[in-house]
Design a protein around this ligand. Structure first.
Ligand code: G6P
Length: 588
């Protein structure tokens, strides 16, 4: 939800923040803006819309050694140039970009107005430079004024601030992601690593309430401890190539295609960690999976897989609904949170509630150094590499694979689980091949004008139906709904008319039952698309996905990801940046 970037060093800062912001656009793309310090002036530029492929030259930004940038996903105030970041103080000396929400902005705005400061935008952000300005007027220098300001800013935020007369950046983190890239005599600061991965893999993950002052060096002051702190440099094992589209037109298809590799990485995961986490699961009483969006469907897969393979019951709860159940937690409970970004506000709240109740916490996340990773007792990294497309694809299948391995380990059959995954990896090369992509494109042509698509599955295929539904809705804007096959007769069937597209996920385990459901749909005029190991006369079209038992969820979602992509293309939608969505939802 909003992406921020800053650079200080010998390269052209304008170039770095413009190119870096393109890598953060998945976090929001309503509008974008920059502030470039070209001593003695500051050039501020704001634009409504997506940054696209615009260059630093086209934007007319000057050469500089210090700049900041922001891509916005509007929360407070509509999408206008005035509301676009950066925001500035009244004396036009303090410039700020911000990700998050200042919860007390109305009260703070009133106070600042009473002190003679006037406001030009509807954003909560504008109170930040003005609060700093207020403290500078009271005699503090820029950095001290930033520290004092934080005491008056409630909410969750990551902030990068600069002062017109000072060659430094101030970076502040409070419950919103902010990471510093450390180069040779240069520093980057950004909401996420891909923004500067071209230049360095050395990073410092700021902690809660850290305020970093960055000039030729970096010093980090922690406001909770009220003292300077040492933050270690971590080496990221991602590479710049992973954050580029390469030969693909969109990150979406690139990331779908990468799944054979990302799953192979999971298949070769460090066994010790899987065993340790399984050990925690074994000794816990009362276990919850929590997550939002796509990760929540991975949790549902986990519930089925753990029941089937490990013969264990795990509760599942959408992270934002978790407060209703937190009174069940005690020091024997375990909460397992899944999140691609590791920054989803609701998921973090769930983890915090678990900790407050004395429960153990485990996370499965794709983002090293994320808040979720730092706040949970143990983490399994999803190893999917940077996922840039707003829709989650490869991180989802990595989560499925990790949960599958855990279930096998709990059943005392980790080697079997690993073998199964390796077998799936070979098959995924076929599922993502050009042949499959072309075949699915033809199916998409038949569905492109559909108003509704219904998807059904039973058992492990039920979460797949839900996740496939989400993919189609998010990116093609066609209304889709997923159901458990058995639920059809209880209402849904009333919606089926002549020609209504229905996607039916099958497996040999429940073939008879799900084919009966397909027949019921067909009898009402449904156009049936079967996805599974065997063809059947009830299908109008069949997408063959060979039987992979417990790994069916991994294999069957892939043609659906491709279908969603093809539908988006045929309908003229942007597959990487669907309207109204942000990849990382850092507000509740
Ligand atoms: C947003 C994204 C979804 C994602 C969900 C959870 O809604 O648009 O694609 O699944 O957040 O994100 P997380 O990073 O926690 O997996």
């Amino acid at each position: 939800m909003c992406g921020i970037i800053g650079y200080i060093g010998p390269r052209n800062a304008s170039e770095i923040v413009v190119e870096g912001l393109k890598k953060l656009e998945y976090r929001g793309y309503d509008s974008f803006g920059f502030a470039v310090r070209a001593n003695p002036d500051i050039k501020i530029l704001k634009r409504v819309g997506k940054i696209g492929s615009v260059t630093v030259q086209e934007l007319g930004l000057p050469n500089s050694n210090l700049a900041i940038g922001h891509t916005r996903w509007a929360t407070h105030g509509s999408v206008t140039e005035i509301n676009t970041h950066p925001h500035i103080s009244q004396d036009e000396k303090i410039i700020v970009v911000h990700n998050g929400i200042i919860e007390n902005f109305q009260a703070q705005k009133k106070f600042l107005e009473s002190q003679g400061l006037a406001f030009y935008s509807q954003t909560d952000t504008e109170i930040i430079p003005k609060t700093i300005e207020y403290h500078m007027k009271r005699g503090y220098d820029f950095v001290e004024a930033c520290k004092h300001s934080l005491k008056h800013l409630e909410g969750q935020y990551a902030i990068v601030a600069l002062h017109k007369d000072e060659n430094k950046l101030v970076a502040i983190r409070k419950e919103a992601p902010l990471v510093i890239g450390v180069g040779e005599g240069e520093f980057f600061v950004a909401s996420d690593v891909p923004a500067f991965l071209e230049y360095t893999k050395k990073v410092i993950f700021l902690d809660e309430m850290d305020l970093a002052v960055i000039d030729k060096n970096i010093s980090v002051f922690n406001l909770t401890k009220n003292s300077f702190v040492d933050r270690t440099i971590t080496n990221i094992d991602w590479n710049a190539e992973q954050a580029r589209k390469g030969e693909f037109d969109h990150f979406f298809m690139k990331e779908v295609y990468e799944q054979a590799n990302t799953l192979e990485r999971v298949a070769n995961i460090d066994e010790t960690l899987i065993k340790e986490v399984a050990g925690e699961i074994r000794k816990s009483e009362g276990i919850f999976f929590v997550a939002c969006g796509t990760a929540s469907y991975a949790c549902m897969h986990g519930v089925y897989t753990f029941a089937k393979i490990a013969k264990m019951h795990i509760n599942f709860c959408l992270a934002h609904e978790f407060p209703n159940f937190k009174h069940f937690l005690n020091n024997k409970s375990l909460v397992i949170a899944l999140s691609q970004s590791g920054e989803t506000a609701d998921t973090l709240t769930a983890i915090r509630a678990a900790k407050a109740a004395g429960a153990k916490t485990i996370s499965i996340t794709n983002a090293m150094g994320s808040s979720l990773m730092r706040e949970s007792d143990k983490t399994i990294l999803a190893r999917a590499g940077p996922e840039i497309c707003v829709l989650s694809t490869k991180a989802y299948t990595s989560q499925l694979a990790i949960l599958t391995l855990l279930a096998y380990e709990l059943a005392g059959k980790l080697d079997e689980g690993k073998e199964k995954l390796k077998e799936v990896v070979r098959y995924i090369y076929y599922l993502t091949s050009e042949h499959t992509r072309k075949f699915i494109q033809e199916i998409a042509k038949n569905l492109r004008y559909a108003q509704h698509i219904y998807l059904i599955g039973r058992g492990l295929q039920y979460p797949t139906a839900l996740e496939a539904t989400l993919k189609i809705k998010e990116v093609s804007y066609i209304h889709a709904e997923g159901f458990a096959g058995g639920e059809l007769k209880h209402g849904v069937i009333a919606l089926i008319e002549h020609g209504t597209p229905c996607i039916v996920f099958t497996s040999t385990e429940n073939e008879k039952e799900i084919i009966s459901n397909a027949m019921e749909l067909k009898a009402r005029g449904g156009y049936i698309i079967g996805v599974g190991p065997n063809n059947n006369p009830v299908f109008d079209v069949w997408i063959k996905v060979r039987e992979s038992e417990e790994a069916n969820s991994i294999c069957q979602i892939i043609p659906m990801q491709i279908l969603a992509y093809q539908l988006a293309m045929l309908r003229g939608c942007d597959p990487d940046k669907p309207r109204n969505l942000a990849k990382s939802v850092t507000v509740k």
